[in-house]
Design a protein around this ligand. Structure first.
Ligand code: ACM
Length: 484
């Protein structure tokens, strides 16, 4: 999971793990030792039975895995490919009588899409570094390679900036329902970036604007427009200058066309670019319901140009496609439904028409914060929820936006908004097992005998024991035939 590009069983006897030894790439060997120890209690010695190499052959992130009764070889095209081969090997380990074994087979595997993401909203509820590391481990084990961090929203600003210290000093203390807030000091953010890199994940940081900026107004009231409370359909009403702990959306906006706002935008993205080694900076752009449309278009064009001038590729939610002067090459993140409205589809196509590509996050399929079942205590339902595992799996990226085919799709991302999500246990309860559906859609070939709901649900069930030993508290959805 996700199903590999090509698998052939050889019919040979399985490889026995007890007493096995590993040699080759030290980082991959350490990951494999830790995974096997956690899963089985077996400590792999140093020696030769399992050989791990990076050999430069094949597409980016690809690997070849060969298991016979006498040995295992994993060769990665690059370090990421080797890491993914190790993850696959970890999934293949199973109990046979008294022994831990790996079935004999040959796998060639490579990803369909280059961008395979998860998003964690750390604004509605703050999630500390340890929680983010745990989510990185979970996502990377499924060959996901992007962690999008939603670092600011109406409820709080979550990254310390030296150029703008008031943001965290005045706008980070609270969260939804009066929960404690928090923020990442710069060295903590850098720890997250480094930990993600060690699992071959790139961090895509987001400061959401011009909407979703009530918290900015706590620090810099002069650049915040008055809240437009008429747009709120759910959640409490905000008061300018006071922390917002509700879950309403769309009511806040930066003041556009003001030199102080322009200076703020330049400062925050300049510093974010300095802190972020990855190529992408996300500037939000969603649900700016209280912003005049012409001002919105002007702001989005200007902000995308600022980010481009910093040497980064801007990313924005699809509404930003409404701006005629969006910087060429801006990546659009589509969050409409699998059957989109005309406006959402038009906005998404606008990115491709300007030389950008799309990241697909259809809300009624891959928003992990939707309830998985009607009786789930956590989660929301606004995106046609509850969202079953079958629905999370049952969509095809090239079938969403008319005119947006394989070439225009950079990848797939499963966001987790955290209005109802306060702990790692809550993250597990909503992300699993649906995160596996997003991973398979992003990684595996579009078709093939195993790209079916029946195969997928069986393979999800087979991962239950591994996920349990990894400490993942997934809900035992009735849709899945879980392996005891
Ligand atoms: C979004 O769900 N507002 C991107």
């Amino acid at each position: 999971m996700p199903f590999p590009a090509d698998v052939a069983r050889t019919g040979d006897a399985p490889f026995a793990l007890d007493g096995a030894t590993v040699r080759g790439d030290p980082d991959a060997a350490e990951h494999l030792r830790a995974l096997v120890r956690t899963r089985t209690g077996v400590d792999l010695g140093t020696g030769g039975g399992i050989a791990l190499t990076v050999d430069g052959a094949g597409p980016a992130e690809s690997y070849r895995l060969e298991v016979s009764a006498t040995g295992i070889r994993i060769a990665g095209a690059d370090a990421a490919g080797l890491f993914y081969g190790v993850q696959t090997l970890g999934q293949l380990v199973h109990r046979d009588g008294d022994a831990w074994v790996v079935p004999s087979l040959r796998i060639f595997d490579a990803p369909r899409f280059a961008y395979r993401g998860v998003m964690l909203d750390v604004a509605r509820h703050f999630h500390d570094v340890a929680t983010v590391r745990a989510y990185i481990d979970r996502a990377a084990s499924l060959k996901l390679n992007v962690l999008h961090l939603h670092l600011s929203d109406d409820q709080g600003w979550r990254l310390e900036l030296r150029s703008r210290p008031e943001l965290t000093a005045k706008a980070s203390a609270t969260a939804v329902d009066g929960a404690a807030g928090g923020f990442y000091a710069q060295d903590e953010y850098q720890q997250i970036v480094a930990y993600a890199a060690s699992r071959h994940m790139t961090v895509v940081p987001e400061f959401d604007m011009p909407g979703h900026t009530h918290a900015v107004g706590l620090a810099y009231p002069e650049i915040a427009a008055a809240p437009v409370v008429e747009v709120i359909t759910e959640g409490s009403v905000p008061v300018a200058g006071e922390p917002y702990t509700g879950i309403g959306v769309g009511f806040s906006s930066l003041r556009i066309g003001d030199e102080a706002t322009d200076a703020f935008v330049r400062d925050v993205y300049t510093e974010l670019a300095e802190l972020t080694p990855g190529p992408w900076l996300h500037f939000g752009g969603d649900e700016s319901l209280g912003t005049d449309p012409e001002d919105f278009a002007r702001f989005v064009a200007q902000t995308s140009a600022v980010i481009t001038a910093l040497g980064k590729t801007p990313v924005a939610w699809h509404e930003a496609g409404a701006a005629a002067d969006l910087a060429p090459g801006t990546i659009g993140q589509f969050w409409g439904f699998v059957s989109p409205t005309d406006a959402a589809a038009r906005h998404a196509r606008a990115f491709a028409e300007r030389g950008g590509r799309l990241v697909l996050s259809p809300a009624d399929a891959v928003y992990l914060d939707m309830k998985p079942t009607a009786d789930s205590p956590l989660g929301l339902t606004w995106a046609n929820g509850p969202t079953s595992l079958a629905r999370a799996y049952g969509w095809e990226p090239t079938g969403v936006v008319e005119g947006i085919g394989e070439e225009a799709i950079l990848g797939v991302e499963a966001p987790l908004w955290t209005e109802t999500v306060a702990t790692l246990e809550d993250i597990d309860a909503l992300a699993f097992p649906r995160i596996a559906a997003a991973a398979e859609i992003a990684w595996s070939p579009a078709s093939g005998a195993e790209r079916s709901w029946e195969s997928f649900r069986g393979r999800v069930g087979g991962l239950g024991p591994l996920w349990t030993t990894l400490g993942i508290r997934f809900p035992a959805l009735e849709e899945v035939p879980w392996t005891a």
